[in-house]
Design a protein around this ligand. Structure first.
Ligand SMILES: [Zn+2]
Ligand SMILES: [Zn+2]
Length: 275
């Protein structure tokens, strides 16, 4: 059987964190969509009050068991992978999973507060005004410092590396072509090891109506290709109807950056797949 990028969807969430589908509903939808390598990557626990109810409990035993039971159920039809989207504020280890996605959703600032990158304009404005002296680019720089820290831990996949742009359509909050912005983003990318980590092209913000392009920006993908890095297409799906959302757009972006292939994640590791 020919492999295509749509054979693989490994950045997905369920009702066990902040998703809308059960494990089985998500797996059924993936199988119906023709996915052969399906990974579940619920959000890891953090001690943040903001995260209560949106992340896994610190004890992930039940989560592991449930995903491994699903693996048995789908054996021979679809590989089910046990993953974790590990947040930079997490207080649990990402070890012991088939794979982990390293992601930054918050930045902790000198005033001791954590500010969400993707929770809306108010969180952005609060970070800018309370922690950054009104300088919006300093918010982005703080975000990318966190991304660099996560990238240095060599995750299997580096998640939505410029999530800080989620609400920045039309450069509303800051100029994404500003040298300071580009420098901070590129430094975060350079902290990633292209031999150890695959960069995701993530359509999750599109599925939820926040953006009309995937993460990350073209200049980052071009640089990653220059670095010899590999990419994987993901939907960051939070519901059964978005398991492969806008993969065609993600593939177009990869090609625009000069990639002629992507990766699929299987239980045997990453395998190349032509675009
Ligand atoms: Zn995420
Ligand atoms: Zn996610």
């Amino acid at each position: 059987m020919n492999l295509t990028p749509a054979c693989c969807s490994v950045h997905t969430h369920t009702v066990l964190c902040d998703g809308k589908g059960t494990l089985r509903e998500m797996a059924d939808a993936a199988a119906r969509a023709g996915v052969r390598y399906f990974g579940i990557s619920c959000h890891s626990h953090t001690p943040l009050a903001l995260d209560a109810g949106y992340v896994l409990p610190a004890d992930m035993t039940a989560y592991r068991r449930a995903v491994l039971a699903l693996r048995q159920e789908y054996a021979g039809r679809m590989e089910v992978l046990l993953g974790l989207e590990w947040d930079s504020q997490s207080d649990v280890s990402p070890e012991g999973f088939d794979y982990w996605i390293g992601s930054v959703h918050y930045q902790k600032r000198e005033n001791g507060r954590c500010y969400a990158a993707d929770w809306g304009e108010e969180a952005f404005a609060a970070c800018r005004d309370e922690a950054c002296g009104g300088d919006p680019l300093a918010v982005a720089e703080g975000y990318f410092r966190e991304v660099a820290r996560v990238a240095g831990k060599k995750p299997d996949i580096l998640g939505h590396m410029d999530l800080i742009t989620k609400l920045n359509g039309g450069n509303r909050f800051f100029d994404e072509s500003a040298p300071r912005y580009r420098k901070a983003a590129l430094e975060a990318l350079h902290a990633a090891d292209p031999q150890a980590t695959v960069l995701e092209i993530n359509t999750g913000g599109m599925a939820r109506g926040y953006r009309n392009v995937p993460y990350p920006a073209l200049f980052l993908l071009r640089e990653w290709r220059e670095m010899g890095g590999r990419v994987i297409l993901t939907s960051d799906s939070h519901s059964p109807d978005t398991i492969l959302y806008a993969y065609d757009r993600a593939a177009d972006l990869a090609k625009a950056a000069g990639f002629d292939r992507t990766c699929l994640l299987t239980r045997g590791g990453f395998v190349d797949c032509p675009l």
